[in-house]
Design a binder for this molecule. Structure first.
Ligand code: GAL
Length: 414
């Protein structure tokens, strides 16, 4: 037999023996629509395409994901869940309880996730012992971003206490500069609020108030002081802050229209996407206080029909936790890899600080879940707190009234 016919015969045998593989598909619901976010999610799209996957994008604009979660509920109620959904913290368990999540333990075990993920984070990804979500990153929430030129020109250092922050802001205001770039959306108010809770109260107070929902903490003098500081901060934002998207607030710092923004390190993704360099164009510093508020993005896989969708879920899960995606994605996103075995060699000074501070916080017992970004509480409770925070920020409500309202809202949400 000639070589060509041997080849033809064996190819034919192979074609009969190999089962027809489904073409992997995934419809992916996420809220990564800003410049830095879109650049980051494109990395996953590319890796999925490289594995032969067909990606259907379902972006739902709206920082913090509130609109995305509304869209998700509508899809699930219609009996037509997307294959993969950006979902975090206790919301993963809430959807599991509705009986709509898929089990991705096969991939997790094959890829040895338990060996490369911090135990506390792995716990968030599990539903009654099996894996139901794949973690992407670790974002830090308690950051201040600053325009370096403005600070230098006004002789201001990155503040390390809230009093220093206020003094810097007063000085900037007197010089005609907007001290704080802020977007008046409830989740952004909540983001600032939780950093003040940590800063003024410390790690134990944060945990008592925003994780354990302890009524004494919620109504304490410390919590009143937090609302006092929120009122002070309200005075540092410009007149047009209402409804502004977070990335537009970041752009204000970038463009020299404001000095500071208090925001998680997805803001760094915006600076980087615009070609700005940390330490030269912009500065990063932890918000005053001791601790680290973590926000881990993850994707939960929903129960879907069809081998093509199931294959898509398996490939996506594998890629998300894979070392190559973890590095490239997080370089764009502003976060750090969630895997403990990915080198930070290519990462910038802010990422290195984040990683060092996270390790130190873990040792000190001050590594804490972000309530504002859905890591600490179930939706009803976090929503109740955020309603009060935003109502206070947008009115002349006193701190006494605010803590009373907070205590009532939390009690009613249980
Ligand atoms: C957070 C999310 C980040 C970032 C931010 C703004 O909740 O974890 O990845 O996208 O919202 O949209």
């Amino acid at each position: 037999m000639k070589f060509t016919s041997v080849f033809a015969a064996s190819t034919a045998a192979l074609m009969i023996a190999t089962p027809v593989l489904a073409e992997p598909k995934a419809e992916v619901l996420h809220w990564w629509t800003s410049g830095g976010e879109a650049k980051s999610v494109a990395v996953l799209q590319q890796e999925f395409a490289d594995r032969g996957g067909e990606w259907t994008d379902m972006p739902v604009a709206g920082g913090g994901g509130d609109a995305a979660m509304t869209a998700l509920r509508a899809r699930v109620l219609a009996g037509n869940a997307p294959t993969a959904v950006q979902l975090k913290g206790p919301a993963i368990q809430e959807w599991y309880e509705e009986g709509v999540l898929a089990d991705i333990s096969d991939v997790a075990e094959e890829q040895k996730w338990a060996d490369v993920l911090p135990a506390a984070i792995a716990e968030h990804m599990k539903c009654e012992g099996h894996w139901c979500a794949a973690p992407v990153n670790v974002h830090r929430v308690d950051w201040i971003w600053a325009n370096k030129e403005i600070l230098d020109a006004n002789g201001i250092e990155m503040p390390t206490t809230w009093d220093e922050f206020n003094a810097a802001a007063e000085k900037l205001q007197a010089a005609g500069i907007t001290p704080l770039a802020h977007g008046g959306q409830a989740w952004q108010d909540a983001t600032v609020f939780e950093t003040v809770v940590l800063g003024l109260g410390g790690a134990e107070f944060y945990k008592a108030a925003l994780v354990d929902l302890d009524n004494d903490a919620l109504t304490s003098d410390t919590m009143k002081a937090v609302f006092d500081e929120m009122r002070v901060l309200r005075g540092y934002v410009d007149d047009n802050f209402s409804g502004r998207d977070w990335n537009l607030a970041t752009a204000m710092v970038m463009n020299g229209e404001a000095a500071f923004q208090i925001m998680g390190d997805w803001a760094k993704g915006e600076f980087l996407a615009a070609g700005k360099v940390p330490g030269e164009d912009f500065l990063c510093g932890a918000t005053p206080g001791k601790g680290f508020l973590y926000n881990v993005d993850s994707f939960a896989m929903f129960e879907v029909d069809g081998d093509d969708n199931k294959e898509g879920q398996a490939i996506l899960s594998e890629l998300i936790v894979g070392p190559s995606f973890q590095e490239t994605f997080n370089l764009n996103k502003g976060s750090i890899p969630v895997r403990t075995d990915v080198s930070l060699e290519k990462f910038d000074m802010c990422a290195v600080k984040s990683s060092e501070d996270m390790i130190a916080a873990e040792e000190a017992g001050s590594l804490l879940p972000s309530y504002a970004h859905g890591m600490a509480l179930r939706g009803a409770q976090s929503g109740a707190i955020t309603d009060v925070v935003t109502a206070h920020f947008n009115s002349d409500m006193s701190s006494d009234e605010a803590v009373q309202m907070l205590s009532d809202a939390v009690a009613n949400s249980m």
